[in-house]
Structures are given as structure tokens and as C-alpha cells.
Design a protein around this ligand. Structure first.
Ligand code: ADP
Length: 344
């Protein structure tokens, strides 16, 4: 078996999202064969995304059938040289956005981050919601960042997440009245002064709305893709539409639409009530040719989990936890899709 034979064999591996084999899609970079071992570098960019794990497993299987052991590495090409990157150690930046407040944007950001960490990824959670920074409470962060001698900030960790929030610097209950340019300055500084280390994913909780703050933020960091959070009713969807337009204007890819508070499972009677309607998010996603990432029910334990600092995605026995796990996997899979599409 030489390198060409190995490449040939790898044509048997289909990409579950892009509908072609991994060789034709340009996802197989270097191949070297030494004795019984084939070292292969794959253009995979979303660590622990189930569909990328599946690709890697199939590569191992195909090689095993040919009597070879696989030594796999994964890397996507980046056009920007490392010393010019703002966050060189961060593979993917996921922005969580909503057209307006109160739809559960922070809740989803926290649960997606904790869900990715649960999958095994190295994750940072950046609370950029300067007007209502509540992420530290939602994960019950008991530590604050500390500064190194080089004046870098070391982010505290909780549930394996590296955390940064304006709340650490100004206090959660202090009303912060910022003007746009100040927000821009403070946020950019926070990005650059934090020792994030090596991360597979950085989840950013954006401030609600589609104003200047969001725009400057999108300009200052390389966002891989955005998750747009909405509730099912028409007024919320109108706001989500504005969000879509904002990302479109900035050429920021959208990972998809997530619907929160999509139905209410009544703990007393056991039946479901569609308080804000249902299915609006999925229909909206379809209308705009976007992936639908998942629907999260109204569940009082989401709020208590948030208040007590324990994201419900970490509760293995909860059905709503299952909904968040599905959402997390879809987010990771779609990060993978965006990265792999760029290799073509
Ligand atoms: P946003 O970031 O959009 O302003 P939050 O995530 O802060 O919204 O959520 C607003 C409130 O709604 C919080 O108290 C949160 O715990 C609660 N909440 C969010 N999603 C759900 C849900 N699916 N079920 C029950 N309560 C929820």
C-alpha cells in the first residue's frame, strides 16, 4: 500500500454533511505510509463535532480493512498568518446573538459552551453582553481573573470553561452606561489582554440587538459563525430577521437558528402548551435557507439552573438537557460544515 493507494481507499469515506467523498472535497491533506502506519492530515476544524468524529472513525475503519493503523491529525488552513491573528490559539469563535433581550440568548450561550466542554472540547466563554453581564452567575463562577506580571489576565475556570465577563470588572449589579466607542475599546482590550491559551471553541454572548456594539464586535474578532436565538412568535422573528441582516452585511456566516421557549411541558398535567406558538424558528430557518439548530422548551429548571449556576445541559437525566445536547451537537456540526466548505 503506498500513498496513492491510501488516497484511493479514502474515497470510500463520505462526508455526512457535504454529500461527497472526503478526497473529492479536498479534506485529505498529507498522507504518508511507513510500515503498518498511515499518517493522515485531515482538513477537519470542529473538534468533537459528532459528524467530524464519524469521518475520522470511518477513515480508521477503511485503513484497518487495508491492514493499516491510522495516525490522524486535523487542521484547517487559515489565510491569516499566526502573528497577525487576534486570537491565534482559538480555533473557532461562535457568536450567540438575538434581535432583542429576554429570549434566552445568555442561557443558550452558557449551555452551548458547557455542552461543548462536556463533549471533550477546550472551551472559552466570553460574556460580551456589557449591558447585562450575567454569565458569571449562570455558571456560579466563584473566582475572579487574576493578572500576571506581564499584565495579562488569567481567566477563571468553571465546568472546564475559561470565563471572561465585564461583570468581573464592574460588578454584576452596577448599571453600566457605556457609549459605543467605550464599549469597543474595552471589549477589544479584553480580547487581547486575556490569556485564553489553546481553545477549540470560544462562545461569545453578544449584547442583544443589532446596534453599534455588535457591529464593532464583529469587526474586532474573526467570528466563525453566529447562532441566532429567537422565540417562536412573529414579533421575535422580526427581530431575528434584523439579526440576520446584520450578519449578512458583515459577511459573518450564520451557523443557524435556535428556537427557545418553543413549548411548555406542564409538570402537573404532563401535556404540552405552546405558549409563544411553536415551529416559528424552524419555518424561519427554512425560509432563509439556514440550518435549524434545535428547539428548547420552556422548563422552570432552565431558569433555576441559571440562577443556581448549574447549566441544565450538564444534567444527564433531564429531557431539556437532551434538547440542549442536540443543540450543542448541531452547532458543532455546523461549525464543521463552514470550515470544511472553505477547503473546497
Ligand atoms: P437574554 O440573554 O436573551 O436576555 P436570558 O438567557 O438572560 O435572556 O434569559 C432570560 C430569563 O429567562 C432568565 O431568567 C432565564 O433563566 C429564563 N429562561 C431562558 N430560557 C428559558 C427556558 N427555556 N425555560 C425557562 N426559563 C428560561
Amino acid at each position: 500500500m503506498d500513498e496513492a493507494d491510501v488516497r484511493d481507499r479514502l474515497r470510500e469515506v463520505e462526508d455526512p454533511d457535504l454529500g461527497d467523498d472526503i478526497v473529492s472535497l479536498g479534506l485529505v491533506n498529507d498522507v504518508t505510509v511507513e510500515g503498518e502506519t498511515a499518517s493522515i492530515s485531515l482538513a477537519l476544524g470542529a473538534p468533537y463535532a459528532p459528524n467530524e468524529t464519524q469521518i475520522a472513525d470511518q477513515v480508521r475503519e477503511v485503513l484497518a480493512e487495508a491492514g493499516l493503523e491510522a495516525d490522524l491529525s486535523a487542521r484547517v488552513e487559515d489565510d491569516v498568518p499566526p502573528d497577525e491573528q487576534i486570537l491565534p490559539g482559538v480555533k473557532n469563535v461562535i457568536a450567540v446573538a438575538s434581535g432583542k433581550g429576554g429570549v434566552g440568548k445568555s442561557t443558550l450561550a452558557v449551555n452551548i459552551a458547557a455542552g461543548l466542554s462536556q463533549l471533550g472540547a477546550r472551551v472559552g466563554l466570553f460574556d460580551a453582553d456589557v449591558y447585562g453581564p450575567n454569565v458569571p452567575r449562570m455558571v456560579d463562577a466563584d473566582e475572579h481573573p487574576h493578572a500576571t506580571e506581564e499584565e495579562k489576565l488569567i481567566p477563571p475556570e468553571k465546568y472546564g470553561l475559561k470565563l471572561m465577563s465585564m461583570a468581573f470588572l464592574v460588578g454584576e449589579d452596577d448599571p453600566v452606561i457605556w457609549r459605543g466607542p467605550m464599549v469597543h475599546k474595552v471589549l477589544t482590550q479584553l480580547w487581547e489582554d486575556v490569556e485564553w491559551g489553546q481553545l477549540d471553541y470560544m462562545v461569545v454572548d453578544l449584547p442583544p440587538g443589532t446596534g453599534d456594539t455588535q457591529l464593532t464586535l464583529l469587526q474586532s474578532v474573526p467570528v466563525t459563525g453566529a447562532v441566532i436565538v429567537t422565540t417562536p412568535q412573529d414579533v421575535a422573528l422580526d427581530d431575528a430577521r434584523k439579526g440576520l441582516r446584520m450578519f449578512g452585511k458583515h459577511d459573518t456566516p450564520v451557523l443557524g437558528i435556535a428556537e427557545n421557549m418553543s413549548t411548555f411541558r406542564c409538570p402537573d398535567c404532563g401535556s404540552e402548551h405552546d405558549i409563544f406558538g411553536r415551529g416559528g424558528g424552524a419555518a424561519f430557518a427554512e425560509e432563509n435557507d439556514m440550518p435549524f439548530l434545535g428547539a428548547i422548551p420552556i422548563d422552570p429548571s432552565v431558569r433555576t439552573g441559571g440562577d443556581e449556576g448549574k447549566p441544565i445541559v450538564l444534567d444527564e437525566d433531564s429531557e431539556t438537557g437532551d434538547a440542549f445536547r442536540v443543540l450543542t451537537e448541531n452547532v458543532a456540526n455546523n461549525v464543521g460544515v463552514l470550515n470544511r466548505r472553505e477547503q473546497e
